[in-house]
Structures are given as structure tokens and as C-alpha cells.
Ligand binder design. Structure first.
Ligand code: PMP
Ligand code: GLU
Length: 398
């Protein structure tokens, strides 16, 4: 049978695949330490759950307007003003089923077949595939380790073409955890203006920032960057709400109308109950969030310390999100129990099969000499997992 060639070219999400595999092994009784999953291990705060229960009891279980209930869109506008100095009206917001759907909507709204989108290597696994699904072409911009895998003007100039339509900024970045400074964003905003590009700014990790670093939305830099940016954000990471599936896009009216129209046919509104819970999250206290950030920072510091003490191992120091990319270059072209370890996929597979530790291969993010460890798991698990990784590295060490 001849199925969609576009669909057949899509690779399933490797982050979700690893997480599922680790869960399956755990269900079969294996003692697996999972550094795979990119979701907070904390429960959704109680006041948010209470708001969902109340919404259900009050019968708020019907369709809502496609872009979301007005209370939520107002809460999003208040948040964007308070945190990001961005002024939007509620009709410039579309609430969706996770930030992932907002990204999918955005690409469908702006791309024509063959349009190119600049994506910095290292990138989150879903960007290239979402761009392809919208008939666009992801152009992976080679970046350098010394630039912390961020765009520079030099790298952008190398990859721009007359087909370039948009550029994605993801700060703090998944998987590297690096953050763009205001100066760096200004350079990109100027470049986007000169080349007339749309900017997609994925700010989902903005609340998970350490060492007093600052998150700046590129949309806030000038009127021009405001008009050409689609801000993408959501509640999954900041409020431990991954399963609730609430994300949103904010943009100029022309783009947001297209996004809303696309979503009206794809999924209609995001889950109504989750929308009421999201209002409570955005309008409520950030006490739980702040506690979570302190805990993430402790875990990150512990991991950085441990990694620095393992001979031959290094990592990218993350300033945000909850991932550490460890450089496994010195441990490639080795063997374990007759299994060859020549790249990050081999490394991750052998580590899972032999030591029951799940990590995500860097190949999924475009940087193959790394593997990603998520520290959205308990300190106890982190210690046990790093012990196992250290002993594994000692076994394969050349
Ligand atoms: N952007 C980035 C960079 C991510 O890591 C994720 C993963 N959750 C998302 C967007 C999508 O988040 P969600 O759909 O859960 O809101
Ligand atoms: N974004 C998270 C991750 O990178 C969750 C999984 C996904 O949606 O890809 O692990």
C-alpha cells in the first residue's frame, strides 16, 4: 500500500521513545534509572488540581472558543506583560494542546512548500520534523562548542538563502540549557529584520533558570521584533503540568488568525478542564515553582560536580532547563560485551541494556558526540545513575 511519503519520512520522537522504553523495562521489574524524560518529577501543585476539579463539578466540560477561554487568554496576557514586558491583547493569543501544537500551528501558518527555517544545532528533536510536516525545509545551522552551540552572525550568514522564511530561537535551550543574552538576541533580531524573517521564540523553559541568569524574550527588544515574532510558551515545565497539555502562541493578528483557523480544524480548543487549571496556575502563587527551581539547581550542581570528577568526561554547563549534555567522545570506538560503541545511539543502547540507565543520544539533537541526561528525577536516582555511568565508563575506557 502507498501511504503518505511525507509521514513515512518522519522519525518518531526519540525523547518519547526512550522514556517509553525505560518505563516498559521498569514495569517488567527492572531497576532502571531514567535520565530520559524531559518532564518535572514533581506533582502538579494542589491549587491547580483543585481548580480542575471545581471546573468539572461546575460543568465546564464543554467546547470552548478555539483560541481558549477568555480568562486564560487574559491570564496569559498578564503573564507576558509582567514577566516579558510584552503587551498583547487576548485576541492575539491561541491556547493549544501543549506548546508542541502551538509550534505545529505556527509552522503551518507561515510556511509554503520549500520555505527554509534556520534551526541551531543543537536543537530539540521535534523542530525539524514539525517543519517537514508543514512542507518546510529545516536548515540545520552548524554551531560551535565554544559558542555553546548558539547562533552567531557568522553562522547565520553561512546558512541564509533566498528561501529562508523563519528562524527558531529556543532559550533556555533543550538540550544544552544555554541561554541567549540580550546582546546576542539583539544581533539575531537585527539579522531577522534585514533578511525579513519570522522569528519563532520557544520560551518553554524560561522559568527554569539558575545562577541568577535572566530570560529575555526576543519579541520585547523592539517594535519590529515584536511584530515578526511568534512567542511560544506553555505550562508543562514551569507548573509540572506535562500531562495536562496546555501551551500557547502569541503573535501579530495576521499570524494568530491563521493559527486559530488551523487549530479550529485540527483539534478545536485545548482541553476545557485543563484550561481552567491553567488559569489557577498563571494567576496563583509561584511558591511551588520556586521550590522546584531550587531543587533543580541543587541537582544540576551535584551533577556538574560529579561529571567534572570523572576522567575523560566533560559537559556543557547548563544555565537553564533541566538537562546536561555529557561529551562521550573519549568513550567512542570502544566495545562492551562484544557490542560496538561507535556513536551516541550505540552508547545509549548499551548503557540501557547493560547498566539499566536510560539517556537520550545526542544524535537526536544533531550533536552525536553527546548524550542528554535529564535531572528531572530524584537526587537518589541521580546518584545511583551517575554511579552506574561511572562504572560503565571505567569498563569501556580505552
Ligand atoms: N519546546 C521544547 C524546547 C520542549 O523541550 C518541549 C518538550 N516538552 C516542548 C516545546 C513542548 O512542550 P509541551 O508540548 O509539553 O508544552
Ligand atoms: N520535551 C521533552 C524532552 O525533550 C519531553 C518529550 C518531548 O516532548 O519531546 O524530553
Amino acid at each position: 500500500m502507498d501511504y503518505s511519503r511525507k509521514a513515512e519520512r518522519i522519525t518518531p520522537s526519540i525523547t518519547l521513545a526512550i522514556t517509553t522504553k525505560a518505563k516498559e523495562l521498569i514495569e517488567k521489574g527492572n531497576d532502571v534509572v531514567s535520565f530520559g524524560v524531559g518532564e518535572p518529577d514533581f506533582n502538579t501543585p494542589k491549587h491547580i488540581i483543585d481548580a480542575a476539579v471545581k471546573a468539572m463539578e461546575e460543568g465546564k466540560t464543554k467546547y470552548t472558543p478555539t483560541p481558549g477561554i477568555i480568562e486564560l487568554r487574559k491570564a496569559v496576557c498578564d503573564k507576558l506583560k509582567k514577566d516579558n514586558e510584552l503587551i498583547y491583547s487576548p485576541n492575539q493569543i491561541v491556547v493549544s494542546t501543549g506548546a508542541k501544537q502551538s509550534l505545529a500551528n505556527a509552522f503551518m501558518a507561515i510556511l509554503n512548500p520549500g520555505d527554509e527555517v534556520l534551526v541551531a544545532e543543537a536543537y530539540w528533536v521535534s523542530y525539524p520534523e514539525l517543519i517537514r510536516l508543514a512542507d518546510g525545509i529545516p536548515v540545520i545551522v552548524k554551531t560551535k562548542a565554544e559558542d555553546n552551540y548558539k547562533f552567531t552572525l557568522e553562522s547565520l550568514n553561512k546558512f541564509i538563502s533566498n528561501k529562508t522564511k523563519a528562524i527558531i530561537i529556543n532559550s533556555p535551550n533543550n538540550p544544552t540549557g544555554t541561554i541567549y543574552s540580550k546582546e546576542e538576541l539583539k544581533i539575531i533580531a537585527k539579522f531577522a529584520k534585514e533578511k525579513e524573517l519570522i522569528i519563532i521564540s520557544d520560551e518553554i523553559y524560561e522559568k527554569l533558570i539558575y545562577d541568577g541568569e535572566e530570560h529575555i524574550s526576543i519579541a520585547s527588544l523592539s517594535e519590529d521584533s515584536y511584530n515578526r515574532t511568534i512567542v511560544i510558551n506553555g505550562l508543562s515545565k514551569a507548573y509540572a503540568m506535562t500531562g495536562w497539555r496546555i501551551g500557547y502562541a502569541a503573535a501579530n493578528m495576521d499570524i494568530i488568525k491563521l493559527i486559530s483557523s488551523i487549530q479550529s480544524h485540527m483539534t478545536s480548543n485545548a482541553n476545557s478542564i485543563a484550561q481552567y487549571a491553567a488559569v489557577a496556575a498563571l494567576n496563583g502563587s509561584d511558591r511551588e515553582l520556586n521550590k522546584m527551581v531550587v531543587e533543580f539547581q541543587n541537582r544540576r550542581d551535584y551533577m556538574l560536580d560529579r561529571i567534572s570528577k570523572i576522567e575523560g568526561l566533560s559537559c556543557i554547563k547548563p544555565s537553564g532547563a533541566f538537562y546536561v549534555m555529557i561529551n562521550i567522545e573519549n568513550f567512542l570506538n570502544t566495545k562492551f560485551n562484544n557490542k560496538e560503541i561507535n556513536n551516541s545511539v550505540d552508547f545509549s543502547q548499551v548503557l540501557l541494556e547493560e547498566e539499566m540507565v536510560a539517556v537520550v543520544p545526542g544524535a537526536g539533537f544533531g550533536i552525536d558526540m553527546y548524550v542528554r541526561l535529564s535531572y528531572a528525577t530524584s537526587m537518589e536516582q541521580i546518584k545511583a545513575g551517575l554511579d552506574r555511568i561511572e562504572s560503565f565508563l571505567n569498563k569501556i575506557r580505552k
